[in-house]
Design a binder for this molecule. Structure first.
Ligand code: ATP
Ligand code: MG
Ligand code: MG
Length: 551
């Protein structure tokens, strides 16, 4: 169990450092496109890129890969910056943007044209697809492939000036239409787009493709190891071809690793955006979302997410990680660090008939059973108490560890009580329990009888009213995308959110700030929601105490 999961990237870098690659400097980058919020898959990439730089005394850049202006926005940029910082990482220098390099990228495109290695193509997208060939059939050269350098320069200039309409032509690298790797069959490197860009405004009418922008941006920034997911493995020959054919200052190397797939959720920005846009969730930071901001609001901590990323390791084999691993990571963190508290979520009135009205007794309980440094908390006992409805059955089932008519149970940290009378309405609903407490059971076992177990409770007159949001997994199916005949939306868990508005927490929880974590005894781990206020406390269930999904 103590074997560290493997990270083959680190092994490669160790070898590179021995060989003196890049002067022994490790420079990585995390390159999100600002077209959505970051999710748990991105966390893997963030931990890998920033973690690698930290491990080898290098640096990691944060670069917005912003070459598709229509889909991008400042809101996404802001959220990504916030999330990376919250995860605990610091990028080298300023935040960077691929759009900072548009002039240089343009000049390099001109360089390729002048070298006879790029041409303007007027084929329509459909024609281009047809000419491209297939995996088994080579492609055919475009009739525009042999345009002269001067003609190409003039046309590219017109593309850039905005005098040519969108879609009328593209700039392609001239590589090899018969290459077995389709990415090398004269890939598109520039498109016309008369779009407003969030960083460069209306300055540019042409935008570089991902492939043309990415490696060259890496080179500009002096990246030594450009780490990306396996879908880009087939793009690596193009990445290398462009760097080899341009006067770049350094030649980075691309390495691919397996992306994170997590069951019971989805890690596609497009589908997450659909959940938000169609209001299946309350927003990108809905606590059910696998986004960093959703996990944060749910009550995940940066340490738990980083530990999870360490636990899953970095390999080149695609697989699906069990959601239970992520949940285990937050349980472990909160078990050690979250103070304990009592909260009754579905209250049942309990009157302690032998405790005087108007009196109260305070108990001092440890905030954490195993960590004195978390201090203590005070809870109030009195005549009017509340327990969970589910902690009472009139006739005790076998091995019942809770309260039943005529039987006794211990109230956590206080006394043993016995249920003497059950008050019901005409319909038979239980309205109230009349109980008596045994004053001799404060910190001592009852004499001559047994208590069934221990339950949590609050003093009705002292407790803090609150709302509790019980969150669960967003999908009922491990793989909501498996059935191609149906939509992932069909598998949304209808019980992924249950809101309880009539809850009562122990007195010390008044005025707790958003993002404060607690273990509510017997119920799970809970975190104060951002909607919470002094008037209306709101707690989100982060995770249950034990895995209830295990089969
Ligand atoms: P999506 O498929 O969700 O749209 P993306 O790859 O298009 O994701 P980017 O913003 O380009 O999103 O991602 C930034 C970085 O995060 C990239 O280097 C990408 O490889 C990495 N990344 C994205 N999703 C995952 C994932 N599930 N696991 C690991 N790394 C990921
Ligand atoms: Mg991408
Ligand atoms: Mg994408």
């Amino acid at each position: 169990d103590n074997v560290k999961p493997s990270n083959f990237i680190h092994q490669i870098i160790e070898q590179d450092l021995e060989k003196g690659v890049n002067g022994g400097q490790v420079i990585t980058r995390f390159p999100p496109e600002p077209n959505g919020y970051l999710h748990i898959g991105h966390a893997k990439s963030i931990c890998l890129n920033f973690g690698t730089a930290l491990k080898f005394g290098g640096e990691c850049n944060l670069r917005f890969d912003d070459t598709n202006p229509e889909k991008e926005s400042q809101e996404y940029i802001d959220s990504i910056i916030r999330d990376v910082s919250w995860l605990g990482f610091q990028w080298a220098g300023e935040v960077r943007y691929t759009s900072d390099y548009f002039q240089q990228l343009h000049d390099w495109a001109v360089h390729l044209i002048k070298a006879g290695k790029a041409y303007v193509d007027d084929l329509s997208p459909e024609q281009m697809r047809e000419y491209r060939g297939t995996l088994t059939e080579p492609g055919r050269n475009s009739p525009y492939r042999e345009r002269s350098v001067d003609e190409n320069l003039a046309l590219f200039e017109q593309m850039k000036d905005g005098t040519l309409p969108e879609g009328s032509c593209v700039l392609r690298a001239k590589i090899d239409m018969a290459a077995p790797n389709i990415n090398l069959r004269d890939p598109v490197i520039y498109r016309i787009r008369h779009a407003h860009h969030h960083q460069t405004g209306d300055q540019w009418k042409i935008y570089p493709s991902y492939d043309f922008a990415h490696g060259q941006s890496d080179a500009i920034e002096g990246i030594s190891h450009s780490i990306c997911t396996l879908e880009f493995e087939d793009h690596r020959p193009l990445y290398d071809w462009l760097l080899a054919n341009l006067p770049v200052p350094v030649v980075p190397r691309q390495y691919e690793f397996a992306r994170l797939n997590l069951n019971y959720t989805i890690t596609s920005k497009r589908k997450l955006k659909q959940l938000v846009d169609e209001q299946h969730v309350s927003g990108w930071n809905d606590p059910r979302m696998p986004t960093i901001s959703g996990l944060r609001r749910r009550g995940y901590t940066p340490a738990a997410i980083r530990n999870f990323c360490d636990m899953i390791g970095v390999t080149r084999s695609n697989g699906v990680v069990d959601m239970a691993m992520l949940e285990a990571a937050i349980r472990e963190d909160l078990d050690s660090n979250a103070p304990r508290a009592m909260c009754v979520t579905r209250p049942l009135k309990v009157t302690i008939t032998n405790f005087a009205e108007g009196e109260e007794e305070w108990f001092e309980l440890p905030a954490h059973p195993k960590d004195d440094s978390l201090g203590s908390r005070r809870v109030s006992f009195g005549r009017n108490l509340l327990i969970e409805q589910e902690d009472f059955e009139e006739i005790a089932p076998r091995k019942w560890k809770r309260l039943a008519a005529g039987e006794a149970v211990r109230l956590r940290g206080a006394y043993v009580i016995r249920c003497d009378e059950v008050i019901k309405n005409e319909a038979g609903d239980i309205l109230e329990l009349k109980c008596s407490y045994d004053p001799a059971t404060k910190g001592a076992n009852p004499e001559g009888y047994k208590a069934n177990g221990v339950i949590h409770w609050v003093n009705a007159d002292r407790s803090v009213p609150c709302e509790v949001r019980l969150y669960d997994r967003l999908f009922t199916e491990a793989n909501p995308e498996a059935d191609k005949a149906r939509s992932f939306l069909d598998f949304i868990n209808p019980e992924s959110l249950v809101v309880l508005t009539d809850c009562r927490a122990e007195p010390g929880l008044a005025n707790t700030e958003p993002e404060t974590h607690f273990q509510f005894e017997r119920l799970g781990y809970f975190t104060v929601d951002q909607d919470s206020s002094a008037e209306r406390l709101v707690f989100n269930r982060t995770v249950t105490l034990r895995d209830s999904w295990a089969k």
